[in-house]
Design a protein around this ligand. Structure first.
Ligand SMILES: Nc1ncnc2c1ncn2[C@@H]1O[C@H](COP(=O)(O)OP(=O)(O)OP(=O)(O)O)[C@@H](O)[C@H]1O
Length: 844
C-alpha cells in the first residue's frame, strides 16, 4: 500500500511560539476568574467585505522561471509577461491585457517566509476569530506547489497553523479579563469520506461511527467528532502532530509526499467576560492539490475524487463571485463533501482568506494560470460575517456545563485524594500487617515443616529400599528453604509490607510471592523491582481512571449540546405543527365553502332542469300543433321538440352515470348544463314567438275561412233559388219545345222528380259534385236516361231558340257558381285547422 502515515511535519516551535507557550502554558480556563475588560484587538475588528486572497510562489528550480510573470512594485499585482507560454501561444497580449493581470492582497515570492504572509494576511483574521467572528483560511493550488509547506511549515519556516495557534494564545494572554475555552478538532476528507484524525486508536472505525455532516440551525456541524479541550499551545501542536501522523500521504508523479486528502483543523473559541459570551471557529484547511492523471491506479482514483471536489469548490466560488447572481439563488454546496463542509463559511458567515500556492516553472504555466483565475474569482466573493454572540439560553447551558465540569473535577480530586489516603493508611497499618504477615508465615512454615516431615518419612520409606543419602538431601533443602524465608522477612520487613496490597488484602498473593522468593534465592533483589512494578501498574490504572473521567466529561458536554439541539428541534417541530394545523383549518373552511357553493349550484341546476323539462313539454305540444298546421315549415326536431344539434343531443343523451364518470370537474359539468339549459330556454322562447306568429296567422286564416264559408252559404242559397227556376225552364222546355227533344234522351219521370226534389244542402262528395266534375264517363243527372247531346257552342245554342238561350245562360250561371263554390270550399278545407287527411284525399 503506497499510502503511508506521515512522520510529524509539525515544526519545532519558533521563538515566538515559545514565548506564547511560556506565558500561557499554566492558564486554566475553568478556574480562571474574570479580571479586566475585553481583548484589545476587539475594538479594531470589523467585518471584511471581500475574501482576502494572496498568492505564493514556491521556490522555482531557476530564477529565470519568474520571467514569465511581471510583478508590481507594491507586491499586489501579477501580470503574465510576453514570454509566458499562454501569451506566446496566443500571439501576444493584445486585447487580453485585463485577462492576464491579476490583483491580490499580496504576491509572495521566495525566499519570503510564511511569517511575512501570516502577519499581513492571516493575523487580522485570527484577531477576528478571537473577537467572535468565524474565520476560515485555506490553501489552494496544484499538487506540489507548497500548500502543506505553507500551512504546516517546517522548523525553518513556521507554517500558518502553528502561527495561528500562537496568535490565539497571544491574544488570550493580552486579554486577561476574558475567560477562554478552546477546543480543537481535526478532520480529513479522503475519497469523499470524512475521518476524525484525533482518536489515538488505530482500530478501523465502524460505518455508523464515521463523522457525518449535519446542518443545525443553518450551521454546518460534523458529528461524531472528537473535540479536545486545550490549555497550552503545546497541547494544540501535540494534537496537530497526532492528526498529521494519521494523514494520508503518498508518492505521486509530482510530489514525493503528496497529501491525498483535504484536512480541516478547527479551533473553537468560546470566551466570556461577565455576561458577554462569544463563540467562533478558526478553520485552517490544507486542501489536496489538483493534479493530472497519475500513472498509479490508486493515485488515479484519489486524484479523481480530489479533482471532482476542487471542481465543485471552483463552481461554488464562480457562482458566489457572479455579480449578476440573484440573491438567494441556488448554490450547489452539496455536490461535494468539501463544499458542504464549507457551506457556512462560503455562504457568508465567515471571514475568508485564500492562500493560492503557485509553481513558476514553465511546464506548470497552464495549471498556474488556472490557479490564478480561481484566486481572482475568490477575490470577488463577498462575505458578511456575524459575531457569534452566545444567546442567554446558551449561556445557561454553558453555566450548566461549567458546573458539570467542576463536579467532575471534584470527583477526580476526591478519587485522587482517596488514593492518597489509602496510601497513607497503608503506611499507617504497615507494622500491624507485618505482624499478621509474620504470624501467617509462621503458620505456613509450620505447615511446610509438617509437609516436609511427611515427605521425609515417605522418602525414608522409599529410600529404605534405595539410598539413604536422598532423604538427607531433602531434609537439607527443606531446612535451607525455611531459613531463607524467615531470614528474608527479618532482613526486608518494608518490602514485604509493600507487597501487601491494601486494595486486595490478599495473603495468598503475598504468600505466593514469598513462595516464589523462597524458591529462588537470587530473587531477593528482584522483589523491590516487582513491588515497584506493581506500584507503577496501580499508577497507570489511576491514570486510566483519570482519562476515563475526562472522556466522560467530554461525552457529557457533547450529550448536553445534543440535548439542547434536540430541544430546539422539538420546538421547531411544535411550531411547524401549529402552522400545519392552522393551514388544515383554513383548508377545511375552504372545503366547506366549496360544498355550500356546490349545493347552491346543484339547486340551480335542478331548478333549470325542471324549467327545461317544462319547456320541453311545451315544445312537444307546440310541435304536435305545428305538425298539424304547417308540416312544411317545421324544422327537423328531436324528441324534445328542439332543433337537432349534435353537441346539444350529446349533452341531452348523457346518462347521469356517464356524467359522473366524466373526467371533467363538477363545476365544468355544471357550467355545461347551465349553458345547455339557457340554450333550451332561448330556443323555447323562439318557438313561443314562432307559435304566437302562427297562431295569429291561423286566426287571420280562420277569419277568411269564415268569410268564404259565408260566401259558399250565400252561393248555395243562390243556387237553391236558381234551381227551381231552372227546373221550370227545363219542364217548359220538355213540354213546349218538342223539336229539341230529339236532341235529348227522354228523362224518366222518377229521375226528373229526383232532380227537382233535390233541395237538401249539398254535402262534400255528394252526387251533385260528381255531376260538376270533369269526369266525362259520369253522366249529369239531367241526362241520366238520355244520350248526352253533342256539345254546342253558346252562339249555336242562342241561335237555336230564345228559351234554349235562357237555359244555357242559367246553366252557365249555375255552373259558374258551382265552380266558385268548389274553389271556396277547397280553400276553406285547406285553411281549416280541423281538416283531416281523409278529407283531403277524399277531396282529391
Ligand atoms: N515556499 C517554500 N519554500 C521551500 N520549499 C517549499 C516551499 N513550498 C513548497 N516547498 C517544497 O515543495 C515540496 C512540495 O510541497 P508541498 O508538499 O507543500 O506541496 P503540496 O502543494 O502540499 O502538494 P500536494 O498537493 O501534493 O500535497 C515540498 O518538498 C516542500 O518542502
Amino acid at each position: 500500500m503506497a499510502v503511508t502515515a506521515s512522520p510529524s511535519p509539525v515544526p519545532a516551535t519558533s521563538e515566538r511560539m515559545k514565548r506564547s507557550s511560556r506565558l500561557l502554558g499554566v492558564r486554566d480556563f475553568a478556574n480562571a476568574s474574570p479580571r479586566v475588560k475585553s481583548i484589545s484587538s476587539e475594538s479594531s475588528v470589523s467585518n471584511a467585505d471581500k475574501v482576502t486572497v494572496c498568492v505564493r510562489f514556491k521556490p522555482p528550480s531557476s530564477p529565470d522561471c519568474y520571467h514569465a510573470y511581471e510583478f508590481s512594485e507594491d507586491g499586489t499585482t501579477l501580470t503574465l509577461s510576453n514570454t509566458h507560454p499562454t501569451v506566446v501561444k496566443r500571439n501576444g497580449k493584445a486585447g487580453r491585457e485585463k485577462e492576464y493581470t491579476h490583483r491580490f492582497s499580496g504576491v509572495y515570492l521566495s525566499p519570503e517566509p510564511t511569517l511575512a504572509l501570516y502577519e499581513k494576511q492571516i493575523a487580522p483574521l485570527v484577531a477576528k476569530a478571537m473577537a467572535g467572528f468565524n474565520s476560515t483560511i485555506f490553501a489552494y493550488g496544484q499538487t506540489g506547489s507548497g500548500k502543506t509547506h505553507t500551512m504546516s511549515g517546517t522548523s525553518e519556516d513556521v507554517g500558518i497553523i502553528p502561527l495561528a495557534v500562537s496568535g490565539v494564545f497571544e491574544a488570550i494572554e493580552q486579554n486577561p479579563g476574558r475567560q477562554y475555552l478552546l477546543r480543537v478538532s481535526y478532520l480529513e476528507i479522503y475519497n469523499e469520506t470524512l475521518r476524525d484524525m484525533l482518536p489515538s486508536s488505530k482500530a478501523p472505525v465502524n460505518e455508523k461511527d464515521r463523522p457525518v455532516i449535519h446542518v443545525v440551525d443553518g450551521n454546518v456541524v460534523v458529528r461524531p467528532l472528537q473535540e479536545e479541550i486545550v490549555r497550552t499551545p503545546e497541547e494544540v501542536l501535540g494534537l496537530l502532530e497526532r492528526g498529521q501522523r494519521n494523514r494520508r500521504v503518498g508518492a505521486t508523479d509530482w510530489n514525493e509526499r503528496s497529501s491525498r486528502s483535504h484536512c480541516v483543523f478547527t479551533m473553537t473559541i468560546e470566551s466570556r467576560d461577565g455576561e458577554d459570551l462569544r463563540q467562533s471557529r478558526l478553520s485552517l484547511i490544507d486542501l489536496a492539490g489538483s493534479e493530472k492523471a497519475a500513472s498509479n491506479q490508486e493515485r488515479l482514483a484519489e486524484g479523481k475524487h480530489i479533482n471532482r471536489s476542487l471542481l465543485a469548490l471552483g463552481t461554488v466560488i464562480e457562482l458566489l463571485s457572479d455579480k449578476n447572481r440573484r440573491p438567494g439563488s441556488h448554490i450547489p454546496y452539496r455536490n461535494s463533501k468539501l463544499t458542504h463542509l464549507l457551506e457556512s463559511a462560503l455562504g457568508g458567515n465567515a471571514n475568508i482568506a485564500v492562500i493560492c500556492t503557485l509553481s513558476a516553472e514553465t511546464h506548470h504555466s497552464s495549471e498556474t494560470l488556472e490557479s490564478l483565475k480561481f484566486a481572482s474569482r475568490c477575490a470577488q466573493v463577498e462575505t458578511q460575517a456575524t459575531q457569534g454572540i452566545v444567546a442567554s439560553s446558551e449561556k445557561a447551558l454553558l453555566q450548566a456545563k461549567e458546573e458539570e465540569i467542576s463536579k467532575l473535577r471534584e470527583q477526580i480530586s476526591t478519587l485522587t485524594s482517596s488514593r492518597q489516603k489509602e496510601a497513607i493508611q497503608e503506611e499507617h497499618d504497615a507494622p500491624e500487617a507485618q505482624h499478621k504477615l509474620h504470624d501467617e508465615l509462621e503458620l505456613l512454615e509450620e505447615r511446610r515443616n509438617r509437609l516436609v516431615e511427611q515427605l521425609r518419612i515417605l522418602n525414608s520409606e522409599i529410600l529404605s529400599s534405595h539410598s539413604s543419602s536422598s532423604s538427607a538431601v531433602a531434609s537439607t533443602i527443606g531446612q535451607l528453604m525455611r531459613r531463607r524465608v524467615s531470614d528474608f522477612i527479618r532482613a526486608h520487613p518494608g518490602k514485604v509490607m509493600q507487597a501487601a496490597d491494601p486494595a486486595t488484602p490478599s495473603r495468598r498473593a503475598v504468600s505466593s510471592k514469598i513462595t516464589l522468593i523462597d524458591e529462588d534465592d537470587s530473587s531477593d533483589n528482584n522483589i523491590s523491582s516487582d513491588l515497584f512494578k506493581a506500584y507503577k501498574r496501580q499508577r497507570s490504572v489511576d491514570k486510566e481512571h483519570h482519562n476515563v473521567l475526562l472522556a466522560r466529561l467530554t461525552a457529557a458536554e457533547s450529550v448536553t449540546a445534543e440535548f439542547q439541539t434536540m430541544k430546539q428541534e422539538v420546538e421547531r417541530l411544535k411550531q411547524c405543527l401549529v402552522a400545519e394545523s392552522a393551514k388544515s383549518q383554513e383548508l377545511m373552511e375552504q372545503l366547506l365553502g366549496r360544498d355550500r357553493l356546490e349545493a347552491q349550484q346543484n339547486r340551480r341546476i335542478r331548478d333549470l332542469e325542471s324549467r327545461l323539462s317544462a319547456a320541453v313539454t311545451e315544445g312537444e305540444e307546440l310541435k304536435t300543433k305545428r305538425s298539424l298546421s304547417q308540416p312544411a315549415m317545421l324544422p327537423s326536431l328531436n324528441e324534445a321538440g328542439l332543433p337537432l344539434e349534435p353537441s346539444h343531443n350529446k349533452h341531452r343523451t348523457n346518462s347521469p352515470q356517464q356524467k359522473l364518470s366524466d373526467p371533467v370537474t363538477i363545476s365544468d359539468r355544471q357550467k355545461v348544463q347551465c349553458s345547455t339549459c339557457e340554450l333550451y330556454i332561448e330556443r323555447s322562447r323562439t318557438q313561443e314567438t314562432i307559435i304566437q306568429g302562427q297562431q295569429s296567422t291561423n286566426r287571420a286564416l280562420m277569419e277568411k275561412v269564415g268569410e268564404w264559408q259565408q260566401r259558399v252559404h250565400d252561393q248555395d242559397a243562390l243556387i237553391q233559388r236558381l234551381l227551381p227556376k231552372m227546373q221550370q225552364v227545363i219542364q217548359k222546355e220538355n213540354t213546349f219545345e218538342e223539336p229539341v227533344k230529339e236532341n235529348f234522351a227522354p228523362a224518366t219521370p222518377d229521375k226528373k222528380v229526383k232532380a227537382v226534389e233535390r233541395t237538401e244542402p249539398r254535402e262534400y262528395g255528394s252526387p251533385y259534385r260528381t255531376h260538376i266534375s270533369h269526369n266525362s264517363s259520369s253522366k249529369p243527372y239531367l241526362y241520366n236516361d238520355r244520350p248526352r247531346p253533342l256539345p254546342m257552342t253558346e252562339t249555336q245554342e242562342s241561335n237555336f231558340s230564345p228559351r234554349g238561350h235562357r237555359r244555357v245562360t242559367i246553366e252557365h250561371d249555375i255552373h259558374k257558381l258551382q265552380s266558385m263554390n268548389r274553389v271556396d270550399k277547397t280553400r276553406s278545407l285547406f285553411l281549416s285547422p280541423d281538416r283531416t287527411s281523409s278529407d283531403i284525399s277524399e277531396f282529391r
